[in-house]
Design a binder for this molecule. Sequence first.
Ligand code: SAH
Length: 342
Amino acid sequence: MKNILDLGPGGGTGGLEELVSELGEKKFRAGQIFGWLAKGVTSFDEMSNLPAALRAKLREEWYIGQPSVVSEQRSADGTVKCLFEFADGARVESVFMKYSYGNSICISSQVGCRMGCSFCASTIEGKERDLTAGEMLGEVLAMRNHTGESINHVVIMGMGEPFDNYEEVSGFLRLINSPKGVNLSLRNITVSTCGIIPVIGRFAEDFPQVNLAVSLHAPNDEIRRRTMPVAKAYAYDELMRACREYTEKTHRRISFEYALINGVNDSRINAEELSGRLKGWLTHVNLIPLNEVDGRDYRTATGESVRAFKKVLEDNGIAVTVRRTLGSDIDAACGQLRQRKR
Ligand code: SAH
């Protein structure tokens, strides 16, 4: 059986138009099916304007691959975190969050992760497999069905490294942006990478409207390599160069994520060095007090050091925010819920 959410509306290899032609139906049926899928239906029988014979043919080989909800946690602030399970038993997390500017969902791009960042729960057991484009779309649709809320923003900041699964992530961006489907503006989507340089260049070409966030977490190579193995493959200076090229090409502001870890990267000297790196260019720094993860020794930065760090950046004219810790009363850090349910 194959997941029909993986198919785009158009013709060409693997599209819905090609499928309906193979099944002896008119092309316009493809648009109808794509529209129903985007509405969030979970069975072909709900596609009431399709001939019964076509629905039966679809059922023979295809299924609608929305994941099921294995468990959920709801926070007093409206955050809903779901542990989703796909047909093969693979589990990922997604988080629904309410902001003043709209509702946002944070989705996973892989089952587990192989990047090995030492503060992150998603990577503890490595990567199990990639998610497909349709499975990522399935996360959004299943969360929308589960919460009954609209979704205005998508961030690919859950489990996994999106640039380690770029083909499928690109496919997802095209699916969710498609006017006949969910029709979400690319400007309302953010992709977060740990800094896989060659893909940053491709992404700038392919999706200049999508927002890019880069997980920096350190002011220099030495500290970055301590927590992020990817920093051994791509030097800090090269990452900075790739980010500058990105902003020059797209005229978009990059967002740098910086998880503040007590005694590792949160000193005044670290803040000054980071400021020296970023001064004078189009960036935004998102400070995230570390979410402590079971079985990892790191401690979160104190409120005092978070404030001091922020002030140094501000004094250097760098746009900086401290991420609102939504869902801090639940296991909001990436991969934590999945770990607990093993
Ligand atoms: N692989 C992508 C996206 C996944 S995680 C990336 O690295 O950007 C989204 C963000 O959460 C990343 O910045 C990641 O470094 C950060 N993160 C992971 N574990 C965390 C933790 N325990 N506390 C705070 N931030 C964490």
